[in-house]
Write a protein that binds this ligand. Structure first.
Ligand code: GLC
Ligand code: CA
Length: 558
């Protein structure tokens, strides 16, 4: 079986990586031009956000043609060259399959609109209620009702996201065949990795009913039993034919038991899951558009719960802090002002040494931070702009609403990669689609010349490849009630022997010193330091260990 534990995946947001033809938008050639940089990291696979034909209302998550490259990003020939170039450095390709919905510009939707019965069955089309109100009271995840008028008919179509992203009806076997054929097409191009966008909301009921409240509403279409059937079928009819394939499902508002089922090798669904509970610990009462310090105890508790239970159940997690939908973790959980380097390294340690497959979002390896925008006009993301309008309508002052956008916008991490400290951060000779800021302080060139974060990531990646305790060990938490330290052990049972191999990981999540009292079992034992962001080289552990601001340390017991 494929070893998922020694893999590390890098995420590239093509629109923002590198612009080769100076139109302000990153492209596939740009990625090929930066192959040397990519090869330095020694990752196994790259997940690319969608670059298929799309009107880009939701930055490519609104796909109008699953089989072609959007000319903004290049051509099929560019894509084929990219696959070859990556193969030369032993890096696989993971594509983003957005199959819960398609763009309303897709020919399926257009044919449906023109009255074609076959294609009308691809979507959730429903009449208004008797009283003339919308088919259900569901809300779109991007704000506003989840229903939109279907052309000039009396029907409405369902869209859980933007109104230009129409939900596909997976009950229809033809839709599921289309999904498999998209996956198989890209497999025939040499692609072995697939990320399935919001895949756990594909199991809506045939009878759609009103929800009682926003929380219960999600349960009407999330993690329903039929999703497991869909995934088993898709696995069998596409990627499952390739024993080397790696798949990850993006699971919105999910549960551990479902995630075990989605990712257990014997279930033949997916290789692993992205889950988001740990990235909601700075939401006030579950509300994203709020500003509050992160709840460290909750974060720890969630990590511990997911790590141990997924381990016991035989599931497998993707490990990550950042992606194109999240503001930078460094701004949320670290201190980008006083301890940018140390806190970036500490966060990386905490994630990379857990059980699962780590994902690194481009720019994370140089410690990029949220842009310093001062005007709402700098933002382009549809979700952010909708939220801004909604917040103003709710009565917030423009300053307060803007502050929430600054803190939470998805554009924070979508800013073009900072390659050097020139005007457009070396990303493009032309005005970039989203404005970089702060490249004089944080950029690839300086980082490679005299930074330490990039080296630190290289080390974490190589440790996963050489250290079985990291790739295959079990997880056990330590100091669960410590208000400042997240610590865990990774261990492997030594064929029934008393002595087991183990690694101890200690991370200080705050900018002040603290000490932990080590349990007797650890004291005075010979250890080897695997990694330390303060260049500590411990060979023995004392009873008390002092951890400096954002210190991270991993040792292996000999
Ligand atoms: C996922 C994507 C996000 C997109 C949404 C709708 O959450 O990561 O960027 O907006 O799905 O496709
Ligand atoms: Ca370009």
């Amino acid at each position: 079986m494929l070893n998922l534990g020694n893999k590390v995946i890098y995420q590239i947001y093509p629109k923002s990586f590198y612009d080769s033809n100076n139109d302000g938008i990153g492209d596939l050639r740009g990625i090929i031009n930066k192959i040397d940089y990519i090869s330095k990291l020694n990752v196994d696979m790259i997940w690319f956000n969608p670059f298929f034909v799309s009107p880009q209302n939701d930055n490519g998550y609104d796909i109008a043609d699953y089989y072609n490259i959007d000319p903004k990003f290049g051509t099929m020939a560019d894509f084929e060259d990219l696959v070859v170039a990556l193969k030369k450095i032993n890096v696989g390709v993971m594509l983003d399959m957005v199959l819960n919905h398609c763009s309303t510009e897709h020919e399926w939707f257009q044919k449906a609109l023109a009255g074609n019965q076959k294609y009308q069955k691809y979507f959730y089309l429903r009449p208004a209620k008797k009283d003339g109100s919308l088919p259900t009271n569901w809300q779109s995840k991007f704000g506003g009702p989840a229903w939109e008028k279907f052309g000039k008919t009396d029907l409405y179509y369902l869209h859980l996201y933007d109104k230009t992203q129409a939900d596909l009806d997976w009950h229809n076997p033809d839709v599921r065949k289309e999904a498999a054929s998209v996956v198989n097409f890209w497999r025939s191009k040499g692609v072995q990795g697939f990320r399935f966008d919001v895949i756990n909301v594909t199991g809506k009921n045939e009878q759609l009913v009103d929800s009682e409240d926003p929380i219960q509403e999600k349960s009407l279409y999330t993690d329903t039993p039929v999703v497991h059937e869909y995934l088993k079928e898709l696995n069998q009819s596409s990627f499952g034919k390739d024993p080397e394939s790696i798949t990850v499902g993006e699971m919105s508002s999910t549960s551990i038991s479902n995630c075990i089922e989605y990712s257990h090798p014997e279930q033949n669904e997916l290789s692993m899951v992205f889950t988001f509970h740990h990235l909601k610990v700075d939401y006030q009462n579950g509300e994203k558009w709020s500003k509050t310090p992160f709840d460290f105890k909750k974060l720890k508790h969630l990590f511990i719960e997911w790590q141990t239970q997924m381990d016991h159940g035989g599931g497998w997690n993707a490990l990550f802090w950042n992606n194109h939908d999240q503001p930078w973790a460094l701004n949320r959980f670290g201190d980008p002002v006083h301890y940018r380097v140390k806190s970036a390294e500490m966060l990386a340690t905490a994630i990379h040494l857990m059980r699962g497959t780590p994902y690194i979002y481009m720019g994370e390896e140089i410690g990029m931070t949220d842009p310093n925008y001062q005007s709402i006009h700098d933002y382009v993301d549809i979700e952010s702009l909708n939220a801004y309008r909604k917040l103003l309508a709710k009565g917030l002052s423009s300053e307060d609403a803007f502050e929430l956008i600054q803190t939470k916008s998805r554009d924070n991490s979508r800013v073009p990669m900072h390659w050097d400290n020139s005007l457009n951060a070396g990303f493009s000779q032309n005005k970039p689609w989203l404005r970089p800021t702060g490249q004089d302080v944080i950029n690839v060139k300086d980082e490679l010349e005299h930074g330490e974060i990039f080296n630190y990531y290289q080390k974490l990646i190589s440790m996963r490849k050489t250290e079985k305790l990291i790739s295959a060990g079990h997880f056990k938490s330590l100091f669960e009630n410590d208000p400042q330290v997240f610590a865990y052990e990774r261990y492997l049972k030594n064929n029934g022997q008393e002595n087991q191999d183990q690694i101890l990981v200690l991370t200080n999540f705050y900018g002040k010193k603290t000490t932990v009292d080590l349990p007797r079992a650890y004291q005075d034992k010979a250890v080897k330091t695997l990694i330390s962001n303060y260049n500590l080289d411990a060979t023995k552990l004392a009873k008390k260990i002092e951890l400096r601001p954002y210190e991270a340390l991993a040792v292996k017991f000999k």
